[in-house]
Design a protein. Structure first.
Length: 120
């Protein structure tokens, strides 16, 4: 078996991989349909992009569990993760925290932010 599976794989775009549930083109087995996620506003668009890049990073993470020495895959994982982190920071600056946690002041104040239905 080839130790570098990426030589036999073509990756699809982050968006297409998210919509069909698999970023590896030759490992994709079509389902009944391919999802076509749509956003209705800039906030939803940013959330969708975060989900797409997190999914792509997770796909590469699973691949790297089997092929930890694939330098190209490590680079793609870092690229996807960095973009997801950048988009998350952008979202949090505009709309508030995505995940629960302690802020920079070490206080538990996520519940003081507007609730999702209060941000509309």
């Amino acid at each position: 078996m080839n130790d570098n599976l990426s030589m036999n794989n073509t990756l699809v775009s982050v968006k297409e991989g998210f919509n069909r549930g698999n970023i590896f083109d030759n490992l994709y087995w079509p389902y009944k349909y391919i999802a076509d996620f749509k956003s209705n506003n800039p906030r939803e668009d940013l959330l969708l992009k975060i989900q797409e890049y997190c999914f792509a990073a997770h796909e590469m993470n699973l691949y790297l569990d089997l092929y930890p020495n694939d330098i190209q895959a490590i680079g793609l994982y870092n690229q996807y993760k960095d973009e997801a982190d950048r988009l998350t920071k952008d979202y949090e600056n505009k709309y508030g925290k995505i995940c629960l946690g302690i802020n920079e002041n070490y206080t538990w104040d996520w519940n003081n932010s507007p609730w999702p239905w209060e941000r509309m």
